[in-house]
Design a protein around this ligand. Structure first.
Ligand code: UTP
Length: 229
């Protein structure tokens, strides 16, 4: 069975408190697909709260990232607990702390989950690194955005939605939008864009709440989001 690696946005899993209903529906979709899964869960608002608190207590950027990583792992554990109820025995019961642990777990379990790994990167980059390591040729980025746009669609009504893009087009767009200003970020981390290009990983951007599109993307079928290849 092929392995699909998913970047599951923290804002989907935990928009303020864990969205149990959403996570249950998401897990049901995964169960109906004939794939193995690596799932990297983001921090969302929880990560920003943890990082902010750490900074108020004098943390530097590195330490604030460590605090934010805790939030990603907490969200990943929430998903594990729900997935385990649906797919007994198929879920590695711990949040993997390293890529090596994830690779070992993937030999035995159909579902392997991670949060963040090291300071300075994001779960988008972790997702692609995990895909490379597991020889996965397909990545999904699930967030509250339904596709890749030429500009922020909330700010610019003329923003163009892309159905398909090349790796180079995505890298250019991510680079143009990588202002490094806190709180503003492009739909996919710049490093993650470079990594999918070097390993030719087909990458699908769909709205995480559009579960029909999620299923289509897992299976490599046409959907209403964006495909990079
Ligand atoms: P996310 O990947 O969730 O960040 O990691 P994000 O870009 O804010 O994504 P959304 O908003 O959930 O879509 C949250 C934070 O955790 C730290 C970083 O501080 C990041 O901003 N982190 C995450 C790391 O330092 N290393 C990692 O490997 C992952």
């Amino acid at each position: 069975m092929a392995t699909v690696v998913i970047s599951l946005g923290g804002s989907l899993v935990n928009p303020g408190k864990p969205d149990i209903h959403y996570i249950n529906s998401f897990c049901r979709v995964l169960r109906t697909c004939e794939h193995n899964f690596g799932i990297v869960v983001g921090g969302g608002r929880l990560a920003r709260i943890y990082a902010q608190k750490a900074k108020e207590n004098g943390a530097n950027e590195f330490e604030a990232d460590i605090a934010a990583i805790k939030a990603t792992k907490q969200n990943a554990k929430t998903v594990i607990d729900i997935l385990q109820k649906q797919a007994k025995g198929q879920v590695y019961p711990k949040v993997c702390n390293t890529f090596e642990e994830a690779k070992r777990a993937a030999k035995k379990y159909r579902f392997v989950l991670m949060g963040g790994t090291i300071p300075g990167i994001t779960t988008d980059a972790d997702t692609v690194l995990l895909a490379e390591y597991l020889h996965s040729k397909r990545v999904l980025n699930l967030s509250n955005v339904d596709a890749v746009y030429s500009a922020n669609p909330h700010e610019n009504p003329n923003a163009k939605k892309y159905a398909t893009m090349t790796y180079q087009q995505l890298i250019q767009l991510a680079g143009n939008n990588d202002t490094r200003v806190a709180g503003t970020h492009f739909v996919f981390d710049f490093l993650a864009c470079k990594l999918i290009a070097r390993s030719h990983i087909e990458t699908h951007f769909v709205h995480g709440r559009n579960l029909l599109d999620v299923k289509k993307a897992i299976e490599g079928r046409k959907h209403s989001g964006t495909v990079i290849k």
